[in-house]
Design a protein around this ligand. Structure first.
Ligand code: APR
Length: 235
């Protein structure tokens, strides 16, 4: 029986979209080096200054619509199809709020930090696809209330989405791979320890060693657009 992994859990972070031109957060020129997350990515910030928060996400949404998936996104879409062909499965859990995995052809994706191209109504809780600017003057397509829409993204202090499904998929996998993430934000950063405790092989693919690089069995370093296709070709 080859020891080729059949059920792979991949966790991606901003590094997988860096070469598509979307900023990372904690690199030197990252978003949190230029903006204060406590003023733009918390529920209190949105309550206090909704127009500033909307402007921040409107700029990122416009940048996303101009961006394209890169070779790393495309390689992960190929891996999902290849694993399915051999009776395996790829569980793609992303911290990213962009839709580049979708546009590259990945099908089973879990956005644990939400999605930039969706808006949620704080009154009726409906989630709508939203590709334009979002402002306090907009009305909810479902309940028609005005001023109740927010980006459908997870802010600091809020609970990430789909944690039960993520944990079940992790424990059912035989390989955990973290790609393009600094290992700075929990619970995503704790998944590698959960994998280690469950005896699941772990691999990090990143531009440079992450904060929890020591927790991984194996590591491949380099730009995601090269390191991910090379890894997919070998796995
Ligand atoms: N190829 C591969 N990795 C890269 C590249 C690249 N071209 N460029 C940067 N990286 C790596 C960096 O070395 C870093 O380890 O990607 C990682 C990006 O880390 P962060 O900027 O912290 O992004 P991420 O880990 O996704 O942040 C997690 O923090 O602010 C929250 O909600 C936000 O989802 C985000 C979470």
């Amino acid at each position: 029986m080859s020891n080729r992994a059949k059920r792979i859990f991949v966790l991606t972070g901003a590094g997988v979209s860096a070469e598509s031109g979307l900023g990372t957060f904690r690199d030197r020129d990252g978003l949190w080096a230029r903006y204060d997350p406590m003023k733009l990515a918390t529920p209190a910030a949105f309550a206090r200054t909704p127009r500033e928060v909307h402007a921040f996400y409107n700029a990122r949404r416009a940048a996303l619509l101009r961006a394209e998936p890169n070779a790393a996104h495309q390689a992960l879409a190929r891996l999902e199809a290849g694993l399915a062909d051999r009776g395996g499965e790829l569980f793609l859990c992303t911290q990213n709020i962009d839709d580049l995995h979708e546009r590259a052809g990945s099908r089973q994706i879990v956005h644990m930090h939400g999605e930039l191209l969706k808006a949620r109504c704080t009154a009726c809780k409906t989630v709508n696809v939203w590709r334009d600017d979002l402002n306090v003057t907009d009305s909810c397509p479902a309940c028609q209330r005005t001023g109740t829409l927010r980006p459908h993204v997870v802010w600091f202090g809020e609970t990430p989405f789909h944690l039960k499904a993520i944990n079940a998929a992790l424990l059912g996998s035989d390989l955990f791979v973290a790609i393009g993430t600094s290992g700075a934000v929990y619970p995503a950063a704790g998944l590698v320890e959960d994998a280690n405790r469950a005896g699941i092989r772990t691999c990090e693919i990143n531009l440079e060693p992450s904060a929890n690089a020591h927790s991984f069995d194996e590591a491949r370093y380099g730009p995601a657009s090269e390191a991910v296709p090379n890894w997919v070709a070998a796995v």
